[in-house]
Design a protein around this ligand. Structure first.
Ligand SMILES: C[S@@+](CC[C@H](N)C(=O)[O-])C[C@H]1O[C@@H](n2cnc3c(N)ncnc32)[C@H](O)[C@@H]1O
Ligand SMILES: [Zn+2]
Length: 277
């Protein structure tokens, strides 16, 4: 679903945070004048030259093989870590506290952001855990046009119209401060070129007090795993020497920090930012 003017009003220039508006097949920033192209109906809200290192390497893989992602997670990863994809996802979903979401004070739907939404595998679980009948506005951003292409075809086939998408980088989210009532990310934090900056961005766009949930690979430190499983873990995290929950990169002032192991291969990190005093 292309972004209409009211959707664009929710966005902000990822460079200067100025307001954006439609201008001749692109979005134009009223602050710095930057032009952000719309390609195939999706706004590209990042600068190619800023995408470096593992972000760039992995985007090649996601763009080349987007339809392999879901089967790999469902079957291969599940086999490697001896636990189902569903068990992993059910392990972190409660940390989003979706059941306590309500309409915003002005009566508008609460807003949920998934950073690195990929093909949208979390969406059915998000919908499952929301209070019955509550309208929501879901936003998803991702660097990979290929992954978003798969998701857009799925959304079109399912008729869900509550999801807005943009191509954007976790390191420079295209939203104003405090925009979202829930913010989460699953599956790429270990490859972020600057995890502190990406976490700071998630914290910035979250409303004060909202849970911010980050999930990615970490070998379960509490139990010795067989050599073969450790070798398979190394294989799936080839890009990072020590994949782990990035607690050392949490923004200053983060509170209510909780790190859990949700399966042999995955951690879940939850934190909140304080209300402004
Ligand atoms: C392993 S997939 C997970 C997708 C989805 N969250 C899930 O749980 O199935 C990781 C996704 O993060 C995206 N990604 C990686 N680095 C990113 C970045 N710096 N900014 C935005 N998205 C990124 C990838 O393109 C990919 O779609
Ligand atoms: Zn700008």
């Amino acid at each position: 679903m292309p972004l209409d003017d009211s959707d664009v009003a929710r966005l902000a220039c990822p460079t200067c945070r100025g307001a954006l508006s439609h201008a001749g097949g692109a979005l134009r920033c009223g602050g710095c004048g930057a032009r952000w192209p719309i390609e195939g109906g999706l706004a590209r809200l990042y600068r190619e030259e800023e995408v470096r290192g593992n972000d760039r390497l992995l985007r090649h893989i996601y763009d080349a093989l987007p339809s392999w992602h879901d089967p790999s997670v469902r079957y291969l990863l599940a086999l490697f870590q001896a636990g189902s994809e569903r068990a992993v996802r059910d392990g972190y979903m409660p940390r989003l506290e979706l059941s306590s979401l309500r309409l915003r004070p002005d009566g508008s739907p609460p807003r949920i952001l998934e950073v690195g939404i990929g093909t949208g595998a979390n969406l059915p679980l998000v919908r499952r855990d929301l209070p019955c009948g509550l309208p929501v506005e879901i936003w998803g951003v991702d660097l990979s046009a290929g992954m978003l292409g798969v998701l857009r075809r799925r959304l079109a086939a399912s008729g869900h119209r509550d999801v807005r998408l943009a191509m954007a980088d976790a390191h420079a989210l295209p939203f104003p401060d405090g925009s979202f009532d829930r913010v989460f990310h699953t599956g790429a934090a270990g490859s972020y070129r600057d995890p502190a900056r990406a976490l700071a961005e998630m914290a910035r766009v979250a409303a004060p007090g909202t849970p911010i949930v980050v999930v990615d690979e970490q070998l379960d430190p509490s139990r010795p795993l067989p050599l073969v499983q450790r070798a398979l873990f190394r294989l799936v995290t080839f890009y990072e020497p020590r994949p782990h929950a990035p607690v050392e990169h949490l923004p200053a002032g983060a509170r209510d920090v909780l790190t859990e192991q949700v399966s042999r291969f995955f951690y879940c990190l939850r934190f909140r930012m304080p209300q402004a005093s």
